[in-house]
Every structure is written in C-alpha cells, then in structure tokens.
Design a protein around this ligand. Structure first.
Ligand code: ZN
Length: 77
C-alpha cells in the first residue's frame, strides 16, 4: 500500500497510479477521463499515451464518440 502526495495538495492511494506524458493530448482525452469508470482511467491514460491520436468521430452515434477510444473501451469489457 502506498500514498501519493502531489504539490497541488492532492493525495491518495497510490496503487495503480500512472504518470504519463500528456504533451500532445487533445480535449477528447479529458472528456473520456470524465466519462469512464474510475477503475478504468489509469489503464486508459496509459493506453492513450502509447496510442496518441486525434479525435475520430463515430458517424453512427448521436453523442460525441471517438472510434479509436470506443474500440479500446469495448476491449476492456
Ligand atoms: Zn480517441
């Protein structure tokens, strides 16, 4: 068991914590972070870092969905 403490005052359980390079991430990455179940977000962030991509809209969906991200999310179910 570990604890993370960050300079912005946040702290918490460090288990499963990931730190990634988000230099090139666009807005849709952050939208998905909000939308995903908490337990999925570290894996998603890690995956996104390795598969950095621009938003690819799903034309068949009424809400804003990224085809690349949706495929990954499906693979996690
Ligand atoms: Zn995406």
């Amino acid at each position: 068991m570990g604890l993370y403490v960050s300079p912005d005052g946040n702290y918490g359980d460090s288990e499963g914590l990931v730190v990634i390079d988000n230099d090139n991430f666009d807005e849709h990455f952050y939208n998905y972070l909000e939308f995903l179940s908490d337990w999925l977000t570290p894996d998603y962030a890690k995956w996104f870092e390795d598969n950095d991509h621009n938003f690819e809209e799903n034309p068949d969906s009424s809400i804003s969905e990224c085809l690349v991200c949706e495929e990954w999310i499906e693979s996690q179910r």
